[in-house]
Write a protein that binds this ligand. Sequence first.
Ligand code: FES
Length: 160
Amino acid sequence: MDSEEKKNLPRRKFFINGIKAVVGFFGLSLSIPLAGFFISPVLKKNAPGWIEIADVPALTAGEPVGITYKYARKDGWEMSEIRKTAFVLKQADGNIAAFSNRCTHLGCGVTWDPAARRFKCPCHGGVFDAQGKVLEGPPPKPLAQLAVKVEANKIFINEA
Ligand code: FES
C-alpha cells in the first residue's frame, strides 16, 4: 500500500459508511409500512356493528319470533359468512328485547314452543320462559340478551 492509497482510505471508508447509512435508512423506512401492511389485518377488529333484522310492526306483543340473519366477518385475511338466530320479543310496554337462541348449557339451539310459552332446548331438557329465564334443566344462566335498537320501525341487533 503506497502513501496515496493510505491517504484515500479514510475517504473510501467514509463513502462506504455513508452508502450503508443511506441504504439502511431507506430499507428501514420501507420495512415499517410493509410490516404494518402484513400485520394490520390480524389486528383489525372487523365487527359489523348494527344489523337490521326485522320490522317492529311484524311482531305480536308477548310472542318471541326467531329471526335468522347473516353478516360477513373478516378474520385476518379470511372472509366468512356468519349465520345466527335471535329471538325478538315485543313486550307489553312496546319495548323490544332480543335473545340469543344458544342454550347457556352447551350451546344447542333453543326453539320457542308457543303452546307451552317456553323456550325449549332439545339437547338436555333446558327450559326458559319468554324473558329467557331458566325454568328447568341444566342451563346455568338465562339466554343471552342481545343489544337491540329500534329506528324508523326497524329492529337492529349489535354484532360487536
Ligand atoms: S345444551 Fe341446552 S340443556 Fe344442554
